[in-house]
Design a binder for this molecule. Structure first.
Ligand code: CA
Length: 257
């Protein structure tokens, strides 16, 4: 158990709000030892944890009580993690539900696919307890800041309207189905329209990833999310411009913003 000691006080810099119940985590993993380890770490970090081993049980658990985040293994018996994720993203009630995917090491390309499908982040097995808790806490913080940000404010850019409270984006009045990460990414880009944002800046603002955890995978993560965001924006996706060798910027064609 020695290797778990590093986890202690990891999030000590940010004490939880005592008025709120601890966030609820649903762990979907069929390998009992990994599930137990994950549950142990998260519980120890002050979270409420439920563990299920199948996709169908995951969906019925979500129906019973909405978790704050799902830690979802890709490889499950029966319905796969990918299928569960697709269902979560398809349903109106759960499409903004944060999901952290667990993938096997050999699935280097698969994890990119996982992000494309709408996972907020992924973790490759074997992972350290520290990494797991950092990712879960980071996703929870992002979800919270998205939900509580800017009371009643609507951020507009041409036909785009970003409801900062309702956490919805409409394009010409038609609602777009964005994941929480895509929402924050778009928000940051539109808020800083006309200014080029480096991948690192986007990571720090939309993912709340600190400078210490950058790297190839992380900048790739930005690229993947940008690609997905562009697809969802359709023609407006062209307004998210690639600034070669540097990053991205949002620019209205008529320079309105
Ligand atoms: Ca598994």
């Amino acid at each position: 158990m020695k290797r778990f000691d590093a986890v202690k006080d990891l999030e000590g810099r940010k004490s939880p709000d005592v008025s709120e119940p601890p966030p609820r985590v649903l762990v979907v993993e069929d390998e009992a030892d990994i599930a137990a380890l994950v549950a142990y770490q998260l519980t120890r970090d002050g979270l409420r944890v439920e563990t299920v081993s199948r996709g169908t049980s995951a969906l019925s658990s979500i129906d019973r009580e909405m978790p704050d985040i799902v830690v979802l293994d890709r490889l499950l018996p029966g319905e796969s993690g990918d299928e569960v994720l697709r269902t979560i993203r398809r349903r109106a009630a759960t499409r903004h539900l944060p999901v952290l995917m667990l993938t096997a090491k050999r699935e280097q390309e698969d994890r990119i696919e996982g992000l494309e499908m709408g996972a907020d982040d992924y973790l490759t097995k074997p992972f350290s307890p520290r990494e797991l808790i950092l990712r879960v806490r980071s996703i929870l913080r992002r979800a919270r800041s998205t939900h509580t940000g800017g009371a009643g404010q609507i951020l507009r850019a041409g036909p785009l309207a970003i409801d900062l409270t309702g956490h919805q984006v409409t394009l010409d009045g038609r609602e777009l189905n964005l994941t929480p990460t895509e929402f924050r990414l778009l928000r940051v880009l539109v808020e800083r329209r006309g200014r080029t944002q480096s991948r690192q800046q986007l990571l720090e603002s939309a993912w709340e990833v600190g400078p210490g955890v950058s790297g190839y995978i992380h900048t790739r993560t930005v690229d993947m999310h940008i690609r997905r965001l562009r697809t969802k924006l359709g023609e407006v996706g062209d307004w998210v411009e690639t600034v070669r060798g540097f990053g991205y910027q949002f620019r209205l064609p008529d320079a309105e913003g």
